[in-house]
Design a protein around this ligand. Structure first.
Ligand code: AMP
Length: 177
């Protein structure tokens, strides 16, 4: 199956939920995609193909839907897997960074030492909207001396221009709205 036909099949299965989690947001629910075993496997293959042949030491994935895609991608790419979480969830010593949300600010954490100096890092999440979340994950990886080589998403909401926050690095999304 070509990446385009995988993308078409994923698009057909993404569920649009209006006004979730608040009024005015059209939530792209990826859970129906995951229920299809063959499609889940193919979409991970298609996401991984974009990065094959590149040296990637760590996949850094963002809580919580980023974990769903990040862990199998790390396996496909022979990379270690690192989780970025909301405050108070990680048990050991962490680095923190704050980033702007629509209202107020969000904080993300990563374990100290989870990324090592000079390691090449791919940041993974389910969806790129304004880019603040992905950029915060990159900031954490860089805080440990990691080199972010790109960003991988299942979905990009291109009308929100999130790529503008991602420093001109390669951004791959299987499908774009
Ligand atoms: P942003 O920081 O604006 O790029 O937002 C990206 C994060 O928010 C990702 O972790 C997404 O899972 C989530 N997100 C933002 N907008 C949506 C949406 N319309 N549908 C589903 N998830 C979203």
């Amino acid at each position: 199956m070509s990446s385009q036909s995988v993308a078409d099949a994923v698009r057909a299965r993404i569920r649009d939920v209006p006004d979730f989690p608040k009024k005015g947001i059209l939530f792209k629910d990826v859970t129906p995609v995951l229920e299809d075993a063959a499609l889940f496997k193919r979409l991970i293959g298609a996401m991984a193909r974009e990065w094959k042949g590149q040296a990637i030491d760590k996949v850094v994935a963002i809580e919580s839907r980023g974990f769903i895609f990040g862990a199998p991608l790390a396996l496909e790419l022979d990379a270690g897997f690192v989780i970025v979480r909301k405050p108070g969830k990680l048990p050991a010593k962490t680095l923190k960074t704050s980033y702007a949300l629509e209202y107020g600010e969000g904080v993300l954490e990563m374990h100290e030492g989870a990324v090592r100096k000079g390691e090449k890092v791919l940041v993974v999440d389910d969806l790129l909207a304004t880019g603040g979340t992905a950029k915060a994950a990159a900031t954490l990886a860089r805080g440990e001396g990691g080199e972010v080589i790109g960003y991988s998403f299942l979905v990009e909401l291109s009308f929100l221009e999130g790529q503008r926050k991602l420093e001109g690095l390669p951004v791959k999304a299987l499908l774009t709205y």
